[in-house]
Design a protein around this ligand. Structure first.
Ligand SMILES: Nc1ncnc2c1ncn2[C@@H]1O[C@H](COP(=O)(O)OP(=O)(O)OP(=O)(O)O)[C@@H](O)[C@H]1O
Ligand SMILES: [Mg+2]
Length: 510
């Protein structure tokens, strides 16, 4: 059984490969009701963590809960032990992620439309996805959590690339020799991505991808909740956690009821029924919608306009809000298509990617730049050195080398990822530092255990150093730093957040 698993901010959706079809799995809750997803919810019930449907049930009984925990992964400083607070307790992030994904796997095996096929699968194959702008720690922690939960991760795609597969699978008639490009507009629960995918004979290439890591349906819910709270002379942020969660949930439900014919939204708050004019809600939400539109426009204008566009494909549950296709259609007439399964498009695309016989292939790009700050000019200045450009194609063939004579006793490398560079070629925009590597240039420091305590000093006649950076097929960077004269070297996988374990080994090069 080959699975495509889309771990989302609000829900996880699974599709599977079935002889050229990619059905979406139904999950059954404890009442036996079918759902096309497992809710991304964790609750603390009598000091035990509950996940998914069990968490929703525990929440109804008053247990403290946490939703949208995928958003925690988007923070620049995230690591496996980042603390997550639920009720009065705190848990390492990895415990929450792994526990949740284990619950998804358990549901697949015991309470799903494919439970018979899954019951014997020891560690089922899964192609998974991360937001296009996920930084490396986010990619790595997601993969690691799936693996620890019992899946065999056979691929990690960017979410919009997967949706691009689903588009081609369904809308191939819009593609022809002149119209070879698709823009995926993906507004999910917590993230927005716009990606331009070029398609030729089943070969998909992501040309460019822009996104906002913290824009999604959750933000619309918060706006509505603030308005509803205000209408009863309350301030959302000052409400009790439980009442606040209930109000936000009610607002999400009200928002999901909106149809193109709706005029009003109705929300129950503190025993009162509040109505909000839809026009007012849309007005409040305009900055959010415009943020996504500006990103989309940037993407389209920097990639040659609408000429070769076969379509703009709307996916992600939050794109179901009627204002969104309306605004998009006004701006791009006759180009906008909605997925028949906006919330399942990514999972279906992942199942297509998991199908060795689909005839589809993908060439993806890093979408975030990668570089290093290092000391120069006697340590008086910190210089920035870009290593991988954000348009670098993800391929094991990509290797970058730097060679120089060391000018200090210790090399202190501060690696960062970034979303853009300014005119001085310094990283700008959304920047996440995620690894520091120390390498002893001076031979007498090679047995030193804690180089961070050694003062960095200038030295003459240092060894000849080679740094070699390579990308694996999931876009994860590893570096080999080598003293070419003696063969002393260090290998580090830079994805492994700050807990990266560096293997240092010494040998004479032949
Ligand atoms: N009919 C609807 N109208 C408006 N919004 C909707 C509708 N159905 C779902 N949504 C919203 O879509 C969002 C969830 O979308 P989706 O399932 O694509 O996100 P996700 O995959 O969980 O998140 P992400 O991809 O950002 O990690 C929620 O904010 C939800 O309220
Ligand atoms: Mg999603």
């Amino acid at each position: 059984m080959h699975l495509g698993v889309d771990f989302g901010t609000t829900r996880t959706i699974v599709a599977y490969v079935d002889r050229g079809n990619y059905p979406v799995v139904s999950f059954f809750d404890s009442n036996g009701d079918a759902h096309d997803h497992v809710p991304a919810v964790v609750a603390l019930e009598h000091d035990r963590l509950r996940f998914g449907f069990a968490a929703v049930q525990a929440a109804a009984g008053g247990a403290p809960t946490l939703r949208s925990f995928k958003r925690l992964l988007a923070r620049g400083d995230v690591h496996a032990d980042s603390p997550v607070t639920i009720g009065a307790r705190s848990f390492p992030l990895m415990v929450i992620l792994t526990g949740y994904l284990r619950a998804v796997l358990e549901s697949l095996r015991t309470a799903s439309s494919i439970e018979d096929a899954m019951s014997g699968a020891v560690s089922p194959d899964a192609v998974i996805a991360v937001p296009a702008h996920a930084h490396t720690a986010q990619r790595f922690l997601t993969m690691e959590a799936f693996t620890q939960a019992g899946f065999t991760v056979t691929g990690v795609l960017n979410e919009p690339s997967a949706a691009g597969f689903e588009y081609t699978h369904r809308q191939s008639r819009t593609l022809n020799s002149r119209r070879t490009r698709v823009v995926v507009y993906d507004l999910g629960g917590g993230t927005f991505d716009a990606s331009l995918v070029a398609v030729r004979d089943g070969r998909h290439e992501v040309i460019e991808s822009l996104g906002v890591n913290d824009l999604g349906g959750d933000d619309f819910d918060l706006l509505l909740a603030r308005t509803a709270a205000h209408a009863t002379q309350r301030v959302l942020e000052e409400m009790q956690p439980r009442a606040r969660t209930e109000l936000i949930d009610a607002c999400r439900a009200a928002k999901e009821q909106v149809t193109p014919q709706s005029r009003r939204l109705g929300v129950d708050v503190a025993g009162r029924h509040i109505t909000v004019a839809l026009e007012d809600f849309y007005q409040d939400a305009a900055p959010l919608i415009n943020q996504s539109l500006d990103t989309l426009e940037d993407l389209i204008s920097t990639t040659g306009g609408t000429g070769e566009l076969a379509g703009i494909y709307l996916v992600g549950g939050a794109s179901s809000l009627p204002a969104i296709p309306r605004v998009l259609r006004a701006r791009y007439p006759r180009r906008v298509h909605r997925s028949p399964y906006p919330t399942a498009s990514t999972a279906i695309g992942l199942a297509i990617a998991a199908d060795g016989e689909s005839g589809f292939s993908l060439a993806d790009r890093l979408s975030r730049g990668f570089g290093v700050f290092r000391e120069s000019e006697d340590g008086r200045r910190i210089a920035f050195d870009p290593i991988f450009d954000r348009s670098t194609r993800i391929s094991p063939d990509v290797v970058v080398e730097r060679q120089y004579r060391a000018a200090h006793n210790v090399g202190w490398f501060r690696y960062v990822e970034y979303s853009g560079v300014d005119q001085q070629a310094h990283p700008a925009g959304d920047l996440s530092p995620y690894a520091e590597v120390l390498f002893p240039f001076a031979a007498e420091l090679r047995e030193h255990h804690d180089l961070s305590r050694v003062r960095v000093e200038r030295c003459d006649n240092g060894p000849w150093i080679r740094e070699r950076y390579a990308l694996d097929s999931n876009g994860i960077v590893s570096v080999n730093i080598c003293d070419v004269d003696t063969g002393h070297q260090l290998d580090v996988v830079l994805a492994a957040d700050r807990t990266a374990t560096a293997r240092s080994r010494s040998y004479q090069e032949a």
